[in-house]
Design a protein around this ligand. Structure first.
Ligand code: AOF
Ligand code: ZN
Length: 364
């Protein structure tokens, strides 16, 4: 029996693994663009590396090309994602690499973006540059699962989140029911995703800030999207006092001109949804619109009603249940129905991180 020879060497794996780790560095802060890692190797030495820049540009390959202190002619380039071939906000990376006369390109997975998908191979071949793909593709696909889902379905990847007491009650009025470790994880979710979706009710009752308050990371806070069909949101709340109002978007269905003018004065963007007729598709239509404004990942952080609505319509891709360590509250604030549905519809696992006495259950 003949064994099929692996087209990749141990060293290829080593360099691609470095590129993979690099790509994780900017995950969540490259806007709608995926965070890509790139390592350039010449004469068995790493001569440069790059990761997609904050806010998505320049791309990883350009960062690596520009960082190199020596010519990259004759080198091998390892990239986690197929180098782009399209003219978007930046020049195609395929062209930049070919112009630099690299010898070989190894990328892991194909870019699902239609503008560039599966185009790099024929381009590099036409330029006599060796090209291989598929290295560590199973692992690297995991990193881009939100991006791939979003490009394929033309919808954002939706992550639900809710916090409850040990006996499954939620509280209003900003009472803390989970500890500071849980809160750090919830802020990490805000850091890693582009937007937060919430309801006017949550704004009016909890008065949340909805920022990422991990040390030094506030500038990477998500865009805030409020679902407020009848424009009932209270404009005196904390959210409208800070200067980031241009990062607040309200989806509504109202003709209340007076309120519309007041909201616009605050610098908040408004999107009016048409489908009064088909109430059933309201959330899905909002998600489609959110994708069209270049948001590919979001967290839904709201109360019982909107969470249940998302759940009923099967719009969550994954869900985090944060559970405090005390029995508190009253059963009128119970989310047991939600928990039952989550248990029925998803796989679950306990989050593997230190949380003192709290628990976070990931549904996926
Ligand atoms: C790469 N390297 O580091 C990234 C790529 O609007 P643009 O011009 O910035 O293009 C965005 C698209 O580029 C994005 O949808 C994806 O297809 C690709 N991302 N490509 O060669 C990178 N981040
Ligand atoms: Zn590119």
């Amino acid at each position: 029996m003949s064994l099929k020879k692996d087209k990749f060497s141990k060293l290829d794996r080593f360099y691609m693994n470095l590129a993979k780790n690099l790509s994780k560095q900017n995950e969540g802060i490259t806007d709608e663009n995926p965070s890509v890692g790139c390592v350039i190797v010449k004469n068995k030495q790493i001569i440069s590396y790059g990761v997609t820049n904050e806010t998505g540009r320049p791309h990883a390959e350009t960062v690596a090309i520009n960082r190199s202190k020596q010519s990259i002619k004759g080198s091998t380039v390892y990239v986690t994602l197929e180098p782009c071939s399209h003219y978007g906000k930046t020049h195609p990376c395929t062209k930049s690499l070919s112009r630099s006369k690299v010898n070989k390109v190894i990328y892991s997975i194909e870019d699902p973006d239609e503008r560039t998908n599966n185009k790099a191979k024929s381009y590099f071949r036409s330029k006599n540059i060796k090209i291989l793909s598929g290295l560590m593709s199973n692992e690297i696909k995991q990193i881009y699962n939100k991006y791939i889902y979003s490009k394929k379905t033309k919808l954002p990847y939706v992550i639900g989140k809710i916090a409850c007491t040990k006996n499954y009650n939620i509280f209003y009025n900003n009472t803390k029911i989970t500890n500071s470790y849980s809160q750090a994880v919830s802020h990490l979710l805000r850091f890693k995703n582009q937007a937060i979706v919430t309801s006017y009710k949550t704004i009016n009752t909890d008065n949340p800030e909805l920022t990422c308050r991990l040390n030094g990371l506030k500038k990477f806070s998500p865009i805030i999207i409020i679902i407020d069909r009848k424009l009932k949101v209270n404009l005196n709340k904390r959210l409208f006092k800070n200067k980031k109002n241009n990062r607040v978007i309200i989806f509504h269905n109202s003709d209340n001109l007076k309120k519309i003018i007041k909201i616009k004065k605050k610098g908040v963007k408004l999107f009016k949804m048409k489908n009064k007729v088909n109430e059933n598709h309201f959330l899905k239509d909002i998600l489609k619109k959110i994708y069209s404004i270049n948001i590919y990942s979001l967290i839904v952080e709201c109360g019982k009603v909107l969470t249940e609505e998302f759940l009923k319509k099967k719009l969550f891709n994954e869900f985090y249940l944060f559970k405090g360590s005390y029995n508190q509250g009253s059963s009128k604030n119970s989310i047991l129905n939600i928990v039952k549905k989550l248990n029925k519809n998803f796989n679950k696992k306990m989050l593997d991180t230190y949380l003192k006495n709290d628990k976070i259950i990931k549904y996926y």
